[in-house]
Design a protein around this ligand. Sequence first.
Ligand code: S0N
Length: 274
Amino acid sequence: MTEPISWTPIKEFKEIIFSQFGGIAKISINRPQVHNAFTPLTVQEMIDAMRICQDRTDIGVIILTGEGGRAFCSGGDQSVRGHGGYVGEDTVPRLNVLELQKIIRSIPKPVIAMVAGWAIGGGHVLHVVCDLSIAAENARFGQTGPNVGSFDGGFGASYLARVVGQKKAREIWFLCDQYDAQEALDMGLVNKVVPLDKLEETTVAWCHKILQKSPLALRMLKSSFNAELDGQAGIQELAGNATLLYYLSDEAKEGRNAYMEKRQPDFSKYPKFP
Ligand code: S0N
């Protein structure tokens, strides 16, 4: 018998809901009145929640979603878009969603977009940068930039093209059409489509499958998938994981121990693998 899904709050925020169910964390944008459009505060809160997920060793997988069942996220909140960025209470214009995109890609745990309703504009890019996307049948996908005076030339263009191919990515941005869940599945933009009332259940089931896997293997795989695409930053991520694995070895510990014991290290017993 499967355990009923019951989310426990991790931390109180203003514009997101951050909760967990066992080793699964859920970050949910809580602005359904504007189809979960994000402000600088929404984004900062998602960044803070992601950082908590990164540090917490009991969290193995993260779900990114939006409240209400009618929208995943409709992108930047146009009502607070000012001169040079989105403006929060501190009156500073920002595009801090770019930082969030980088964290989603680099956090060493799988991030799954759980998409019901609209995934549009900067909200569409957020699901694109997630490791996996599971869509409800009511999901609708698209970019709006050239309609509303903006564009995302970073992951929103180049990584989208890696996911769906150059021609399709250019079509998505140049025409600003909207695509239903089946079309998204057909172009490889999402991993699975399910009825809306099965969306959370299916996503949690995928999370549980992932949680049964080796966390270090998943970590290495995520950074391996990123390495080539993300250039120097991608190589740094993969190399950082190699260092982590090396630190765990007796060979590396001999180097540290010798230094602490003020003696010459003896690496002679460690094999020179072919
Ligand atoms: C999603 C759409 C298609 C849904 O249409 P529908 O179902 O007819 O609902 P509406 O009546 O339109 O919406 C319900 C209420 O929600 C408000 N609302 C919806 N989206 C937004 C939004 N993004 N900002 C503010 N309000 C929003 C509506 O106004 C409505 O409110 P009321 O009831 O009070 O009238 C449709 O809503 C739609 O097209 N929305 C806009 C989508 C959009 O253009 N988003 C912005 C795209 N740009 C970004 O996201 C930029 C951020 C970014 O990621 C970025 C990143 C890197 C580099 C550059 C950028 C950049 O582009 O600047």
